[in-house]
Ligand binder design. Structure first.
Ligand SMILES: C[S@@+](CC[C@H](N)C(=O)[O-])C[C@H]1O[C@@H](n2cnc3c(N)ncnc32)[C@H](O)[C@@H]1O
Length: 231
């Protein structure tokens, strides 16, 4: 275990939490910035009873809250924060190297409308009240290609039902992936969880900002696919 073990709830998480050794500057971002950027009330340390939090307390006002699940290196999250300063974007990412990358980008861009949970999105969803989230993004989720691992995918009821609960009626949920079978499961499971499909296809959203994983996919000759749902 490292000296930084952010995820509070004891639950299965199959992805990586740590990658290569962090640079000194990245360790500095984690030590100096994460304390103020973390939403309060997510960890068992500051919310032992796991009681619901007040979403307005995250940014100190009643701005619309957006959620990015698995922001990776944070390029989409920071671009959206810069483009939509009136929104407050909460990013969840258990991979600490990704969190450190995001923090570097937040400093460089100077955005102030972001909040960072360095852990599983389910930890946040556990404590959000119904209808708190006005938009959600799932960009290039872990593909889990083997059939016996498909149940680990984010687009399963274990994740989608809590997401449906915390999203406001009418709120938009966007999914991007380059894996055809992942999109197949998305188009099956997301409507089953109560969302309506609005659009899907190879054309990105007008305000789309490409991510590291999308760039990897394009280099490998895979085709991005985008789907939009309404809660
Ligand atoms: C394939 S990467 C894509 C990263 C980024 N969105 C991109 O497009 O470059 C998927 C990310 O989702 C994160 N992830 C997986 N399960 C998650 C969960 N339950 N909550 C939050 N993040 C999760 C992983 O740690 C990983 O960094």
């Amino acid at each position: 275990m490292s000296d930084f073990d952010p995820t509070p709830a004891h639950r299965n998480f199959y992805g990586r939490r740590h990658g290569k050794t962090l640079r000194q500057s990245q360790k500095g971002y984690l030590a100096e910035d994460l304390g103020t950027l973390r939403p309060r009330g997510i960890t068992v340390q500051d919310n032992p009873g796991r009681s619901p939090i007040d979403p307005a307390a995250i940014f100190g006002d009643d701005r619309p809250l957006w959620l990015e699940i698995g922001f990776g290196g944070g390029e989409h999250m920071v671009a959206m924060a810069a483009r939509y300063p009136q929104a407050g974007i909460i990013g969840c990412e258990p991979f600490i190297n990704g969190v450190a990358m995001l923090l570097g980008k937040i400093r460089a861009a100077g955005v102030t409308n972001v909040s960072v949970h360095p852990g599983d999105a389910r930890d946040l969803m556990d404590v959000l009240p119904d209808g708190a989230i006005a938009r959600a993004f799932l960009n290039y989720p872990d593909p889990w290609p083997k059939a016996r691992h498909h149940r680990r995918r984010f687009v399963t009821p274990e994740h989608l039902l809590p997401l449906h609960r915390v999203m406001a009626p009418g709120a938009e949920f966007r999914v991007a992936t380059d894996i055809p079978d992942y999109m197949r499961q998305t188009l099956e499971e997301v409507p089953r969880a109560g969302f309506a499909l609005l659009a899907e296809g190879p054309e990105p959203w007008d305000d789309w900002h490409s991510t590291r994983y999308e760039q990897k996919a394009l280099r490998a000759g895979r085709v991005p696919h985008y789907a939009t749902f309404r809660r």
